[in-house]
Design a protein. Sequence first.
Length: 111
Amino acid sequence: MRHIFRLEVIWTTPEAHDRELATVQGLTHLIAQALNQVAPETLRMTTTSFELMQQASRMVTGDAPGVLEAILRDNPFAADIQDSFLKQAADLCRNPVMPRTQKSPPNAAGF
């Protein structure tokens, strides 16, 4: 079946699995639910990047409530990832400067 769907088997420990998915699924679901609460309807003015975020949000906002609970509450590493993300977001709001450790993506407008 993995060949039919072109799946890759990743061998790992349960702890490493939960730690990584706390970021991958945890942030996806956290951001999707928050975005859906802040901007639930289609807006007249938008950007491609915002539309893509809304599209990603719609991919998970219809999940059963138990899925969200398992990802955000039951994963033992989720709280640390959530706290770190929220702290970074708050810091960015207070000081909106791109960290020096990250390169700025090229701007389509040339700025």
